[in-house]
Design a binder for this molecule. Structure first.
Ligand code: GLY
Length: 615
């Protein structure tokens, strides 16, 4: 497992004041320390993709902040160290369990389409869908960012810190810099062509015209300055103030580099930012084997799709089944839930999403009829009819809708505090590197979230819930999840990975609840992702272990290098907290607790995997 990067502060042990007075230099760089994918202890836990973000979150918890405070602070740190996956130019979904009230709430920080955007926004003059890459690297793909207001709302609703206080760690990190690791360099290399299209992006992320060197210190004083503006003036600066004007200008007239081809301009106007809201949404909830599973409601399809698949799986005694039939059931339930997601889920303000029916046990029972224990369904399979009228095993009569393209970027962080508050927060700028457009002098990349809309309806005779429309939120797959047992916190998790987020979260829940792996093992286990495709994705290790047996049932896997990079936190019996991050994928993640007793417990201790639910 490789550690990605860390701050000079962590490396040298210098105080913030000392570092502020002494600008970082390459000479100060030390070998990059190992990341810790599993941590057990007390006082609060943080799991994120990046050690700096985890440390910033833990510092907040150690200083008496709660899970909401720590999640916002860690997210601001991710905006610095993971600028290609997340930041104030993007959006996300924040699901929160508040111990004092026992309630789970959710903030919808999804980006919105400009009021000027119509259904045909991503079609060319001939009525064909624009090439995906051309749409991504353009002003057209940029929606109004939701992340700044999500942070402000999360602190206002649940936190104890001011925005200025929560941004302190991120400001310091942007100012002082972090040490570039192989993953950051590689992600920059993967985006080099896109970044070279835009002058401020090339200037910032390709210093002196080259890829940042592994071991060099990457500073982003522009972003530090932008965070200072938010700290001083509040997020209004982004929605109605000086930053709003700059965002609109940048989107309408993208700052192409000299000699680069012109990209499509975007449609954002000041009114689109001024009218933005990050509303509280009722989270989805299903009961699974006696546990309460909460997720993100539309416009994300995460909660409905994970929930429907689990409801289907509840019909099968997975805990007493062997691995291959468990995985076969998982793949089939996922395909069925994806068929329904593709056909019925979009922004609920624009189409009737039959959410209650999609999450009903009766609908799940009807859908479960399609699962043949000895043969995989033909894919793509048709959607069911979540109409409230269910009988035994009807022929499917819904549409067969395509999935569309989605970037594999995004990031997830999970925080649990000592009082039992939990933040499960997934945020993104969509593709790795987003639209590629940096707001000049501001240090952050704008999202390409609007490419999550369906560009063109697969079947024009059927309603398509995810076409662009004025002010609409594109359908998401983000699946920040919280699990309670009789109202008490049990665990929380999430993942990056576009539409594979849903299958990563689903498979990890099955691994933890039904296969009784501990959370770290559940996250590390090899994955497959069946999203209603005749050729589902699977990691090489999964194919090696199960490809033969599952192939005999009709599953034809296509190898992909890796799927997702989950993080999670679990409340163990006896008052211990377990934080788990991805050990390998995407360079590995970082788990931490305030008071660490990992060494005393040991990774194979049976107390790490108490039986969950009524299996
Ligand atoms: N852009 C990734 C998602 O919303 O699922």
């Amino acid at each position: 497992m490789s550690r990605r990067r860390t701050t000079l502060l962590a490396l040298t042990g210098l105080t913030a004041t000392a570092l502020a007075a002494a600008p970082p230099s390459a000479a100060a760089v030390e070998p990059v320390p190992e990341k810790q994918p599993l941590a057990i202890g007390t006082g609060g836990a943080v799991a994120a993709v990046d050690p700096d973000a985890t440390r910033v979150g833990l510092d907040v918890l150690a200083a008496g902040g709660n899970a909401a405070d720590a999640a916002v602070a860690a997210a601001a740190a991710l905006g610095v160290t993971e600028p290609y996956s997340a930041g104030i130019g993007g959006g996300g979904f924040f699901v929160y369990y508040e111990a004092a009230t026992g309630e789970v709430s959710a903030i919808d920080g999804r980006e919105t389409a400009p009021l000027a955007m119509g259904a045909g926004a991503f079609l060319d003059e001939a009525g064909d869908a624009l090439p995906f890459a051309e749409a991504v690297q353009s002003g057209l793909s940029v929606g109004t960012p939701g992340t700044p207001l999500t942070w402000a709302r999360a602190l206002e609703e649940f936190g104890t810190l001011s925005l200025a206080e929560a941004l302190e760690g991120g400001i310091r990190l942007a100012d002082e810099g972090f040490v570039v690791d192989e993953t950051f360099r590689q992600q920059t290399a993967d985006n080099e062509e896109k970044f070279r299209l835009f002058q401020p992006t090339a200037e910032l992320f390709l210093p002196d015209g080259a890829l940042p060197e592994v071991g060099s210190v990457f500073r982003n004083p522009d972003l530090a300055g932008t965070y200072e503006v938010l700290a001083g003036k509040g997020v209004e600066a982004i929605y109605t103030g000086e930053l709003a004007e700059e965002i609109v200008e940048t989107v309408q007239d993208p700052p192409e580099a000299a000699g680069a081809a012109e990209v499509r301009p975007g449609l954002l106007e000041p009114v689109d930012l001024a009218r933005y809201d990050a509303p509280m949404r009722e989270p989805t909830r299903i009961d699974y084997r006696g546990l309460e599973i909460y997720g993100m409601a539309p416009p994300s399809s995460g909660g409905s799709t994970v929930g429907e698949a689990l409801n289907i799986l509840e019909r099968f005694p997975l805990s007493s089944m062997a691995d291959v039939p468990v995985l076969h059931s998982y793949l089939e339930a996922s395909a069925l839930a994806f068929a329904d997601r593709n056909a019925y889920v979009g922004d609920p303000a624009y189409s009737q999403v039959p959410l209650a029916q999609l999450l009903s046990d009766e609908f799940a029972a009807e859908r479960a009829c399609a699962v043949d224990p000895v043969a995989a369904l033909d894919k793509p399979t048709a959607a069911g009819s979540p109409d409230g009228e269910y009988g035994p095993c009807p022929a499917e009569d819904g549409p067969t809708a395509g999935e569309g393209a989605e970037g594999l970027s995004t990031t997830h962080l999970t925080v649990g505090d000592a009082a039992g508050n939990i933040a499960s927060y997934t945020l993104t700028i969509e593709a790795t590197g987003g639209s590629g457009i940096t707001v000049p002098g501001r240090g952050f990349i704008l999202n390409n979230e609007l490419t999550d809309f369906t560009f063109k309806a697969a079947d024009p005779t059927r309603p398509e819930p995810n076409l662009p429309a004025p002010g609409k939120r594109p359908r998401s797959s983000m699946s920040p999840t919280i699990v309670l047992d009789d109202g008490n916190p049990v665990l929380a998790l999430g993942s990056p990975g576009g539409s594979t987020i849903i299958t990563t979260v689903l498979q990890t829940l099955v691994n933890r609840i039904d296969r009784n792996l501990d959370l770290a093992e559940a996250i590390a286990a090899p994955r497959a992702s069946q999203r209603n495709s005749p050729t589902p994705d699977a990691e090489p290790a999964f194919i090696e272990l199960y490809g033969g047996d599952l192939g005999a049932l009709g599953h034809e896997f296509v190898p992909v290098a890796e799927l997702g990079a989950a993080t999670g936190v679990e409340y163990l019996p006896g008052g211990l907290l377990l934080a788990a991050a991805e050990p390998e994928r995407r360079g590995g993640g970082s788990a931490g607790v305030v008071q660490d007793v990992t060494g005393d417990v040991g990774p194979d201790d049976p107390q790490l995997a108490p039986e969950l639910g009524q299996n």
